[in-house]
Ligand binder design. Structure first.
Ligand code: ZN
Length: 452
């Protein structure tokens, strides 16, 4: 779709800017960026060729998903793992996932991104760590799908190198040799990683978790990430089983292990980050290591409640993630913000965990976790990534404060979504995607995958 050179998104019903700016007069978009943020009653400094009347829309920065496994949309609500915690959940699923083909991954990535986009998400991080025979080009497949949908993504080159034979959790058929992992990581960064503002594709390095990789691959990944100047991602402190595993295998608690392998830095963001003690919260904050809070997954697998407010107060950038779609089992960012609000209220009380705080995790916090200062806020110079919601559905009827209604009444679908100045969701639909066909192909692939 061609874009006007200047677009005024005028007088929104309500806004969340992620900062102190007042955007009640709307925002002006130019060349894919936010040119102006207008206070109440103000008009653009220069006349705009196009005006979008936003008087029926709540305007947010595009939501940012900081932790996911797109491929898992193929194993949502799979009977053998509906009622299990993490370790048996993984052990049941590994052999199924080991059969993943490039076509499966393409369909799964498209479903996850389409679902995210329709929920107001403009940037997503994916943690992909499965490269069975025939799927060596997994990240290349994902890059193509992200480009088709016109979103932004941090695609992480995940890895597993510690199989059952060496005391790890994953079956031997799903692990790779360290030199293969590192060579492919470097290839992907050189081929696809876009540094700097406005990037559509970024690559990060992401050994899967302490119980599925060797210490060597953790250290070598950290070194390679420094050399290539890309970010580091892994699962950490998700469950007490993992803490126990680290104690037995390495003789260390999780954060000591992280420090030991050179990961306790501001280059790292961690998936989950639940089981930290006071000292560890302070150390993570001092290092500027980020955490992707995944409330639904943590409730689904009964993993625990992350110390999100204390982490944030200690200086940890806290983002929000829907996590893999086999432990959520949705990929809906605005609903995830609602879950974060409620789960964290149980821990810290209603007054500490405000609607603004939860939306901050879903936008600015996730942008910080992904190392994206150009995203996550409505401010001049930031990328024009926007999520806009209408409140004319039954569930909002009788609501008063529009911004609060988004989370409290359970908004689940954006009406308009813009990425870099281009509309990607229009009237609650994806103009370029045949959803019925996608659902049919993806469902068939999912059935094939679990039936072996
Ligand atoms: Zn995960």
């Amino acid at each position: 779709m061609t874009q006007p050179s200047r677009l005024w998104i005028k007088n929104p019903l309500d806004t969340f800017t992620g900062n102190d700016l007042d955007a009640s007069g709307g925002i002006v978009i130019e060349d894919g960026r936010i040119a102006e943020v207008l206070g109440s009653g103000r008009h653009p400094a220069v006349p705009c060729e196009q005006v979008f009347d936003a008087s029926q829309h709540v305007l947010l920065p595009g939501l940012i998903n900081s932790h996911h496994h797109f491929y898992q949309t193929l194993t949502r609500a799979w009977t053998p793992v509906v009622n299990t915690p993490l370790f048996p959940w993984l052990q049941n699923l590994y052999p199924v996932w080991a059969r993943l083909t490039p076509k499966d991954l393409e369909l799964a990535t498209k479903v996850a991104l389409a679902e995210l986009l329709l929920s107001g998400c403009t940037t997503a991080a994916d943690h992909h760590y499965l490269f069975p025979g025939g799927l060596e080009q997994a990240i290349d497949v994902q890059v193509d799908v992200v480009r088709q949908l016109g979103m932004r993504a941090t695609l992480t080159r995940g890895s597993m190198s510690l199989g059952e034979a060496e005391g790890g959790l994953p079956p031997q058929s799903t692990v790779q040799a360290p030199d293969v992992i590192l060579a492919d990581s470097e290839r992907l960064v050189r081929e696809y990683h876009e540094p700097g503002d406005g990037a559509a594709i970024q690559i990060a390095l992401a050994p899967c978790s302490p119980f599925s990789v060797t210490t060597d691959i953790m250290s070598a990944s950290a070194e390679l990430a420094r050399t290539l100047d890309v970010r580091l991602h892994t699962h950490l402190a998700e469950t007490l089983d993992e803490e126990e595993f680290c104690r037995e295998m390495f003789g260390l608690r999780t954060v000591d292990y992280l420090e030991h392998v050179g990961w306790l830095t501001d280059r790292t963001w961690l998936g989950h980050g639940i089981h930290f003690d006071d000292d560890e919260v302070a150390r993570l904050g001092a290092a500027g290591t980020a955490v992707a809070h995944c409330p639904t997954s943590n409730m689904r697998l009964a993993s625990g409640i992350a110390r999100a407010v204390e982490l944030e107060d200690a200086g940890v950038p806290v983002g929000l993630g829907v996590d893999g779609s086999a432990s959520n089992d949705a990929s809906n960012m605005i609903l995830e913000a609602r879950q974060a609000l409620y789960l964290q209220r149980l821990r810290y009380g209603a007054e500490s965990v405000t609607v603004d705080r939860a939306l901050g995790w879903a936008t600015r916090g996730s942008a910080r976790a992904l190392g994206r200062p150009d995203l996550g806020e409505l401010a001049p110079g930031k990328q024009a990534d926007l999520a806009m919601f209408r409140l004319d559905e039954l569930r909002f009827s009788g609501s008063h404060d529009p911004l609060s209604a988004l989370l409290l009444c359970g908004a689940d679908r954006a009406d308009r979504v813009m990425v870099g100045g281009a509309w990607r969701v229009v009237d609650g639909t994806l103009p370029d995607v045949d959803l019925q066909q996608l659902i049919a192909e993806h469902s068939a692939a999912a059935r094939r995958l679990v039936s072996g």
